[in-house]
Design a protein around this ligand. Sequence first.
Ligand code: SAM
Ligand code: DTB
Ligand code: SF4
Length: 326
Amino acid sequence: MNNTKIRIKNNWTYEQAYKIYSKPFNDLIYEAQSIHRKCFKKNKVQLSTLLSVKTGSCPEDCSYCPQSAHHNTGLQKEKLISIEKVKQAAIIAKNSGSTRFCLGAAWRSPTDKDLDQVCKMIEEVSNLGLETCVTLGMLKDYQAKKLAESGLDYYNHNIDTSENYYSKIISTRTFQDRVKTIENVRKANLKVCCGGILGMGESKKDRISMLITLANLSKHPESVPINKLIKIPGTPLEKAKELEELELIKIIALARILMPKSYIRLSAGRTEMTDSTQALAFLAGANSIFQGDVLLTANNPGKEKDTNLLNKLGITSEKLSIEKNA
Ligand code: SAM
Ligand code: DTB
Ligand code: SF4
């Protein structure tokens, strides 16, 4: 890597991305880590905490998801929880070092009444000085605006896989529906958190294409969660072919190179990853994780394991900015 300035590009071609992905592994990782160090503080990770505020009975049929009403996963369902419960969980998250608190709801799209409640939750979390993120399914433009007015920082809405593979995974909505919501979120001046899942039987081409869609959005998502499929018994993907660990690392490196200034979050699936795999993911440019014992409904490594890992790697967590904490 020479000392050239980092250029943000939104017109990546498949051939360009494939050429980067196909470099010798060491060259790929070296390039990703070099870019990483020009755009971010080295050896730092951003910590987020998730909370499921409405669990299960989702009308969508996403093949990976334990919360879909189409699959029988034995999940304990729960209606929209109280604002007080959200506040308590956010305080715990803040005390354990998270800078962002993310609320997830198993909806196709929120009703206006639901949205009003979520707006109140956002105000409470924001008052604690935490960054806020919500993921509520598809949004109309006026709903995105309403969320922005309540002080929301980020909206999470994943494209999950390539445009080509999308219909193999979900039949109740289209890839274009997903992109439309992301556009509505951008128009409302919210920050975008958008990524996908690896290990759903997709090809290398699908994985690279998914990253190209993200990198060619009018503005790169500020956060890009890369989830490794958690194979939930009772979902159609419970027996999906295991993703090769090096494939996860190469895709993270490619994400870092295509979207140099975005946070790349090593998201779901860390309970099944060794320390070495996670270390490689950080080397490849991942700089964010979800902490805590659970994600939305599935297991996550938990504070003690993560503290041990980060200590071993000499990685420290980002602190809340003074501005947000004021
Ligand atoms: N209902 C909203 C939606 O789909 O946008 C928000 C909640 S949904 C659970 C958020 C994201 O979690 C999905 O887009 C998917 O990327 C991820 N996810 C769900 N189940 C997963 C699994 N079994 N393994 C990995 N990621 C998963
Ligand atoms: C994202 O990309 N991953 C998170 C968050 N965004 C909402 C969710 C992972 C969910 C894993 C399955 C579960 O906990 O139910
Ligand atoms: Fe519903 Fe979201 Fe799960 Fe799909 S991923 S079934 S939309 S909760």
